[in-house]
Ligand binder design. Structure first.
Ligand code: BES
Ligand code: MN
Ligand code: MN
Length: 445
């Protein structure tokens, strides 16, 4: 049996957590993991929740040895726009040395690499030289509601007690340059709706006499940044620390992350960063306030001369350590209330949020992780923080009182969340070796 068979079976299950009609598939995916983990000797349990199940699996107890908790999520993002996929998203296909499928890099490839790494040790040595717990959730891509609830259950602390948390659901600099990350950004999501007239108005009959909700929404949003691209919301930067000199130094050398390379990779004519910071510094360690979508008025074919009733902006902030996500949302709301003119009404809706995460990369487990990466990929890892978020990690780390270490396997061209998501076969295979090397090194701590 090829190493890819297990991964392909896993990738074939359309476990889209956000889409109600896929609920049975998400459940089936949890069963698949329970079966696979049971087959390699783990005690694997599917825990029911109000939304999607959580899989927790323990290896046979080895006294006097450390316990490593491996976190992953088996749910995936929706596949649309479907027409952009070159092969069907849930029919894993190898082309040009890459496995194409939804979830290939986010996060099923990583989960399976860890499982197969464990399986290889058991095959070669008869048993594991330490304790391993898999914690696999089915709601990461929709906010981890059930895992937050699960972590608050009194039995969670004991069930998941460990010495270190390992996560591979993060980025990797280049195929031969691994990344060791010691931080994640926090996140808060919200919507701002601006409304005016009770019905769409003829823009000639009433034009010039009432505020246009789209214009007003844009004006309000334009007040959130100054000319230096600094966020003007009062108190927004409260608690934010400056980037350490060693970090700036280290980040200057990350392959692919120079300002010129970032512009090239993203396809923009030039970067637009916060003044005084490089692109990499902004990505890794500066908080942002972004528009994710804006709508309102006539968006159909041709033209229609109306003043629309309302306009809506979907927004989110990426946060850094020291910022409280809910407090930030209150500050942003207060900002919009301050700049909202009396000619319109506004409605601010808070959505899900989660804290940033940061730990010391130089702990004993951190060093073992860095050695495992170097041993596997042939080069020492770059030390970075992630621009992305896995909001539940801060909570898991807090409840269990242990560090989370990130040994990511998402390359910049993996197209996570996009059509044609992929993982290089080579990275998947090295991921298995990395998982193995990591556990063997950690068993000696
Ligand atoms: N695996 C990603 C986060 C990630 C990707 C971190 C690449 C670092 C590098 C995760 O599945 C994700 O997509 N998180 C969401 C947040 C979630 C609440 C929807 C994000 O960052 O937007
Ligand atoms: Mn992920
Ligand atoms: Mn994701």
């Amino acid at each position: 049996m090829s190493k890819l068979d297990d991964l392909f079976a896993f990738l074939s299950i359309p476990s889209v957590s956000a889409v109600e009609s896929h609920a049975a598939d998400v459940d089936k995916c949890a069963d698949f993991l329970v079966n696979k983990l049971t087959s390699i000797g783990f005690n694997a349990v599917k825990h029911k929740t109000d939304i999607h199940p959580i899989v927790v699996a323990h290896s046979p107890k080895v006294e006097g040895k450390p316990t490593v908790l491996i976190y992953g999520h088996y749910d995936v993002m929706p596949v649309d726009p479907l027409a952009e996929w070159e092969s069907a998203p849930f029919t894993p296909t190898v082309r040009d040395g890459r496995i194409f499928a939804r979830g290939a890099s986010d996060d099923k490839g990583e989960i399976m690499a860890h499982i197969l790494g464990v399986e290889a040790i058991i095959r070669e040595q008869g048993s594991l030289p330490l304790n391993v717990i898999f914690l696999l959730e089915g709601e990461e891509e929709r906010g981890s509601t059930s895992l937050y609830e699960f972590m608050r259950r009194p039995e969670a602390k004991q069930l998941l007690a460990c010495d270190v948390i390992v996560v591979s659901d993060t980025g990797m600099a280049a195929p031969d340059i691994p990344s060791f990350s010691y931080g994640l950004k926090g996140l808060c999501c919200f919507e701002l709706e601006v409304s005016g007239p009770a019905m769409d108005l003829h823009s000639g009959v009433f034009g010039g006499s009432v505020a246009n909700p789209i214009t007003t929404l844009c004006e309000m949003i334009a007040t959130t940044h100054d000319a230096n691209n600094h966020i003007t919301v009062e108190g927004f930067y409260d608690g934010v620390s400056e980037i350490a000199e060693w970090e700036r130094e280290s980040w200057r050398r990350v392959p692919g992350m120079s300002d010129a390379e970032l512009a090239q990779l993203t396809g923009v004519p030039e970067l637009r960063t916060e003044r005084g910071y490089t692109g990499a510094e902004c990505v890794y360690a500066r908080p942002t306030l972004e528009l994710n979508g804006i709508s309102g008025g006539y968006e159909g074919e041709g033209s229609k001369t109306v003043i629309p009733t309302h306009a809506l902006a979907k927004m989110s902030c990426r946060l850094v350590p020291g910022q409280d996500p809910v407090a930030v949302m209150h500050k942003v709301k207060a900002h919009f209330e301050k700049v909202c003119p009396p000619s319109v009404r506004m409605k601010f809706t808070m959505q899900h949020s989660g804290e940033a995460y940061l730990c010391d990369p130089h702990s004993a487990y951190g060093k073992a992780a860095q050695q495992a990466l170097e041993e596997t990929f042939g080069n020492p890892p770059v030390l970075v923080r992630e621009g992305g978020s896995i909001p539940i990690i801060a909570e898991i780390s807090k409840v269990l009182g242990k560090d989370a270490l990130f040994l990511g396997m998402d390359l910049p061209d993996a197209r996570i969340h996009s059509p044609n998501e992929n993982m290089r076969v080579e990275i998947f295979e090295k991921g298995i070796t990395m998982a193995k090397n990591l556990l063997l090194r950690m068993s000696n701590i």
